[in-house]
Design a protein around this ligand. Structure first.
Ligand code: THU
Length: 145
């Protein structure tokens, strides 16, 4: 069971995510997204979605934020706050749930927000049950049988 985030940490995640959202490159969908990841050191890493004229080459805000976390030396994600435009509550896409799973466990907090504030919170286990993760590969280094 994951403890709720301290209010000041939640506020910092929200600010970082909304600030990142302002940098989104979304000339095609016009759907700007920000993401802010809290790592195991308590540091926050933010990113935005980056679209591309060759549509499938674009990527999500969560991917940018996870890359920033790795580049800063973070290895584990404790929480992520994803912000969209509202009014519908944003939820991470399926691909991003799997990307988060690479660096977080079932208890990773996934927080949805928009410019008016936090809207909903889940755990990654709720959003991606029975997930396939790094642990599936660590004991299986031999050739397929
Ligand atoms: N998007 C994200 O950045 N994260 C998500 O989890 C959902 C979708 C972006 C991708 C695309 O640039 C835009 O939102 C519309 O799908």
């Amino acid at each position: 069971m994951q403890a709720p985030l301290p209010p000041d940490v939640l506020q910092r995640l929200l600010s970082a995510s909304l600030a990142a959202r302002a940098h989104a490159h979304t000339p095609y969908s016009h759907y700007a997204v920000g993401a802010a990841v809290l790592d195991e050191h308590g540091a926050i890493h933010a990113g935005c979605n980056v679209e591309n004229a060759a549509y499938p080459q674009g990527w999500c805000a969560e991917a940018t934020a996870l890359g920033a976390m790795l580049m800063a030396g973070g290895k584990r994600a404790e929480a992520v706050l994803v912000s969209g435009p509202g009014p519908d509550v944003i939820t991470p896409c399926g691909g991003c749930r799997q990307k988060l799973r690479e660096f977080g466990d079932d208890d990773l907090l996934v927080i949805a927000a928009d410019p008016s504030g936090v809207k909903q919170t889940w755990t990654l286990g709720e959003l991606l049950p029975a997930s396939f993760g790094p642990g599936h590969l660590t004991h299986n280094q031999t050739k397929p049988t």
